[in-house]
Design a protein around this ligand. Structure first.
Ligand code: ZN
Length: 136
C-alpha cells in the first residue's frame, strides 16, 4: 500500500489525482487485479468522472453544494455538517481494474479527490490487490 498527500486551496474543490494514482499503482508493481483508492477523512471523498472538461467536476461539486444546504438544522455543531453529508454522498473510496500494470479507466474518465471542508491536507491511500493466479 502507498499513499500521497494532496493540499486543497478552497473550502469546496475537486482535485484531479489520476496521475498520482497511476504513479502509486506503477510503484506497487501490480500487473493484474484491482486498486482501491481510499481517503481516510470524513469531509473529503473520491469519485470517478470526466477529466477532459474540468467543468464537469465543477458542476458535480456545485450541484452537491446546492443539494445539501448550509442552513439545514443539523445536529452536528462543529460547523461543517454539510461537508460531512456531501462527502458521504460521494463515498470515501473507489475501486478500479488494473490490467498489464495500467489503470483501466475509460477514455474520458479521471479520478478526483472531492474536498468539502478545505483548505487542508488530505491523505489518499492506494491499495493494490493483485488477482490470484490461475487455478489448476
Ligand atoms: Zn464535523
Amino acid at each position: 500500500m502507498t499513499s500521497f498527500v494532496v493540499r486543497s486551496s478552497r473550502r469546496t474543490e475537486a482535485i484531479e489525482i489520476t496521475d498520482l494514482v497511476e504513479r502509486a499503482c506503477h510503484q506497487s508493481g501490480i500487473s493484474e487485479g484491482l486498486v482501491l483508492v481510499f481517503v481516510p477523512h470524513t469531509t473529503a471523498a473520491v469519485f470517478v468522472n470526466e477529466r477532459a472538461d474540468p467543468c464537469v467536476a465543477r458542476d458535480i461539486m456545485e450541484v452537491l453544494s446546492r443539494l445539501v444546504p448550509e442552513d439545514f438544522p443539523y445536529s452536528h455543531q462543529e460547523g461543517n455538517a454539510p461537508s460531512h453529508v456531501r462527502a458521504t454522498l460521494l463515498g470515501a473510496s473507489v475501486t478500479l481494474p488494473v490490467r498489464a500494470g495500467k489503470l483501466q479507466l475509460g477514455t474520458w474518465q479521471g479520478i478526483f479527490l472531492a474536498e468539502f471542508d478545505g483548505p487542508r491536507e488530505r491523505r489518499v491511500m492506494v491499495v493494490p490487490v493483485e488477482a490470484p493466479g490461475r487455478g489448476p
